[in-house]
Write a protein that binds this ligand. Structure first.
Ligand code: SAM
Ligand code: SF4
Length: 333
């Protein structure tokens, strides 16, 4: 096996695939307020096309796959797709990020199909505020979804919280203190000023060190925990069952140097970095009939484009056009 190694010596082991741009929520920082222009169905990758790409990736040492979207649970045939990915030889970790709305009826079958881990996004513990953020009255379904996931045996569940000043900053201690009671990982994510979120200014962005200070001021010292190389710095409150992750995409970009991931968008483009606008189209050439060896060469080309640090660190603005393909529902976050 020849590993996929980028020009900075990093072996690529992790691929995030966005399987749809559709969503049943309208989070204000993710979806354009003006209405969404969906990718036409025929331009969205088919499951067998993802599987063809993944087959090549695992032959080159890829071990971790995360399924995301848009809202991945909306796509028909997901459970069977999860089963097929989990059966690929070499996959050690198959995870999925969801808003949780459809989990009450799907958590158990996803677990049985071979899904290892779940991240569920929830930015508030307040029903009214949930409606304000997501523009949909679905708070109770998400809470039921989290329960269903725990009942199905997903452990530990990760809860993704995008921290936004003036919206949910007052709830940071309440989210963090959930880890005292539950074996969950609550992950606070800095709002990334790209796509639709570019209309949020820097006053709304709460950087990871400030989140840490807010937690410590009300709940006591956080102890840093050794944790496997992802973008989160992980902490524990004294005596807590669960963990607290801080994802400082803007403020703590030392993880760029260790980044081992690539992304495939819902429209079949390989993105070497979430914040870079460079992409390699895989879908067009696949549909024009390229061979596996040619597809592998395109994947290598995408990996070689991976920069050492992301554009935000380099002072280059990320995609700011709310209608561009940089919207998170296309990229997968
Ligand atoms: N719909 C699923 C969900 O919400 O979990 C999966 C896709 S969503 C794009 C993946 C993650 O990206 C979510 O946790 C979401 O909160 C996060 N996200 C979206 N836009 C973001 C932004 N501008 N800054 C930071 N995180 C963002
Ligand atoms: Fe949908 Fe997830 Fe974007 Fe919210 S963050 S609009 S749930 S894709």
């Amino acid at each position: 096996m020849t590993p996929l190694i980028d020009t900075h010596g990093r072996q690529i082991r992790y691929v995030r695939i966005s399987i749809t741009d559709r969503c049943n929520l309208r989070c204000r920082y993710c979806m354009p307020a003006s209405g969404v222009e969906w990718i036409p169905h025929e331009k969205i990758m088919r499951y067998e096309e993802y599987l063809r790409i993944l087959g090549i990736c695992v032959n080159r040492g890829m071990e971790k796959v995360r399924i995301t979207g848009g809202e991945p649970l909306l796509r028909k045939g997901l459970v069977e797709f999860v089963r097929s990915v989990s059966l690929l030889k070499g996959i050690r970790d198959l995870s999925l990020t969801t808003n949780g709305v459809l989990l009450p009826s799907m958590a158990s079958e996803l677990k049985q199909a071979g899904l290892n881990r779940l991240n569920i996004s929830l930015d508030t513990l307040d029903r009214e505020k949930f409606i304000h953020i997501t523009q949909v009255n679905a708070f109770d379904r998400v809470i039921a979804g989290i329960r269903a996931a725990a009942d199905a045996g997903f452990a530990p569940i990760k809860i993704n919280v995008v921290a936004i000043r003036g919206v949910n900053d007052g709830e940071i201690p309440a989210f963090a203190s959930l880890t005292r009671q539950y074996d969950a990982e609550v992950r606070f994510i800095e709002l990334m000023p790209m796509g639709c979120a570019s209309r949020f200014g820097s006053p709304e962005i709460i950087r990871a060190p400030e989140i840490r200070r807010i937690i410590e001021a009300s709940l006591g010292a956080l102890e840093e925990v050794e944790y496997g190389g992802g973008p989160a710095r992980v902490y524990r409150l004294a005596g807590a069952k669960g963990l607290i992750g801080l994802i400082g995409a803007l403020s703590e970009h030392d993880f760029c140097g260790k980044c081992n991931r690539i992304r495939i968008t819902a429209s079949g483009r390989l993105r070497p970095c979430l914040f870079s606008d460079s992409e390699v189209d895989l879908l067009g050439p696949m549909r024009r009939g390229i061979t596996d060896a040619e597809l592998e060469a395109l994947i290598e080309e995408g990996v070689e484009m991976k920069g050492l640090r992301h554009g935000i660190c380099a002072g280059r603005p990320p995609g700011m056009d709310p209608d561009s393909t940089t919207t998170m529902n296309v990229l997968g976050g």
